[in-house]
Design a protein around this ligand. Structure first.
Ligand SMILES: [Zn+2]
Length: 448
């Protein structure tokens, strides 16, 4: 952030601070001081004197690090209420009947407006960092710039990519390659900690060897990671085995797509060897349980992925902007999958609270997901006057069963207040944004 754009020092006081992070602590009555975008001090109220700047009173509230969404699609905002899709028998039919018809009808303004809707929803739920995966095959060039504009207007952090695919032919695949490469270069030149890029790939079953080879070469040259859907349905494995003679994760390894900078979303239909490959290459696996259940593609084996050493994070795949809602479903999903109500709590809570910060830190180069001195000043304040004891040992239970049921009150990124007392503190008119989005979505639905 440029010095003149840097927000004034900010002091959050009188709340109960839930630091989360490695040394997760509950600190009632502590203050959090944010200076130059970073947490400068976490201390008892009396220890911070002579403060000049903006104060936020968090009486009766909990103060948490902002949440991270490690896989989403902003453009999906325009599918809300769409009734035109035919019933689909399986996942490939869902793509053909719904998503590929929708994304093929998107204009550049749709990309911008749908992103704004998703970003404002994220602010409302205390989600402060998002990793997006974008597709608009009939409006590829400039689509990431349009989304970047929305991200900067909302003040959130986001990592963007364009979903490269061969499904629309060679010309559009070429545009996808160029859109990724251009936007990655732009982010590298800008070098700020708000907007970042990865190289986006749709999925193995829509990518030819030639296209993967080109993407891989550009990715290596730009020293960037990839963001791709992996074995979301068994059909991805079936196609890859049939056409390439190997399994999906092996194929990605062959093209040097895996690695510590890369994200493999879903990973439901991977075998143990593929899990070991993901873990061994330090590739981040992002679990999206609500989307997977909605598409009836299965539930990823998060417990075994973690046991085998994979870094697992949590995304919403655009089903919600509320990370605590997604966390709850992740937990129920592991219970149901294992037919055991006592497993998966550590693995699912860690996916959101440890996995996502680690994934985002690799991209943004900031300490995230923890209220700690030197960490990013990204904060979510929830209205939660706990009716039962809230202590360092039971924070996770309060998140899953209590805080998830309350509303985010205030959302802060890098010390900049984006929402305060549930009112947006941005130079944006939410009602006008929604009105324009309704017009655009109606026109889009007509084109489908
Ligand atoms: Zn996805």
């Amino acid at each position: 952030m440029k010095a003149d754009l840097m927000p004034k020092p900010l002091l959050i006081e009188n709340g109960t601070v839930l630091t989360l992070g490695k040394t997760s602590k509950v600190l009632p009555g502590y203050s959090v001081l944010i200076v130059d975008g970073l947490v400068a001090k976490v201390a008892p109220k009396a220890a911070i004197r002579n403060f000049r700047g903006k104060r936020i009173d968090a009486t009766g509230k909990v103060v948490l690090p902002g949440f991270i969404n490690a896989h989403t699609h902003f453009y999906s905002s325009f599918a809300r209420g769409l009734t035109k899709a035919k019933p689909s028998r399986d996942f490939n039919a869902v793509l053909k009947n719904l998503w590929w018809r929708l994304d093929s009808a998107l204009t550049t303004e749709d990309c911008y407006a749908s992103a704004l809707v998703a970003l404002l929803g994220s602010i409302r739920h205390g989600t402060t960092t998002l990793i997006d995966h974008h597709a608009s095959p009939k409006a590829v060039p400039g689509s990431l710039l349009a989304i970047e504009r929305a991200v900067r207007q909302t003040g959130l952090r986001a990592c963007l990519c364009y979903e490269l695919s061969d499904r629309d032919g060679a010309r559009i695949a070429g545009e996808g390659l160029a859109e990724n490469a251009g936007f990655i270069r732009r982010c590298q030149q800008q070098g700020d900690s708000q907007v970042k890029a990865l190289f986006g790939l749709h999925a193995s079953f829509t990518l030819s060897a030639a296209t993967l080879e080109r993407a891989s070469a550009i990715g290596r040259e730009l020293r960037t990671g990839f963001h791709i859907h992996v074995a979301e349905a068994q059909s991805d494995q079936d196609w890859t085995l049939r056409h390439c003679g190997r399994r999906v994760v092996d194929r990605l390894k062959q093209f040097e797509i895996l690695g510590a900078r890369s994200i493999a979303a879903h990973c439901i239909h991977v075998n143990r060897r593929e899990m070991d490959l993901l873990a061994g290459t330090k590739t981040a696996v992002v679990h999206n349980p609500q989307s997977n259940m909605n598409n009836a593609v299965g539930v990823a084996n998060v417990i075994e992925l973690v046991q085998r050493g994979a870094l697992v994070g949590l995304g919403t795949d655009a089903m919600t902007t509320n990370m605590l809602e997604e966390l709850r479903v992740a937990l129920w999903g592991q219970h149901l999958r294992s037919e055991n109500p006592s497993v998966g709590f550590r693995e699912t809570t860690s996916a959101l609270l440890a996995g996502n910060p680690k994934i985002a830190e690799r991209i943004f180069g900031l300490r995230l997901g923890e209220i700690a001195e030197g960490g990013a000043g990204d904060i979510a304040i929830f209205d939660y006057d706990s009716p039962t004891p809230l202590e360092s040992g039971n924070v996770l239970g309060h998140l899953v069963f209590g805080i998830s049921q309350t509303e985010a009150d205030t959302t802060i990124v890098g010390g900049r207040v984006l929402m305060e007392n549930r009112k947006l503190a941005l130079d944006l008119d939410e009602a006008r944004i929604n009105a324009r989005a309704r017009e655009l979505a109606a026109a889009l639905w007509k084109r489908i």
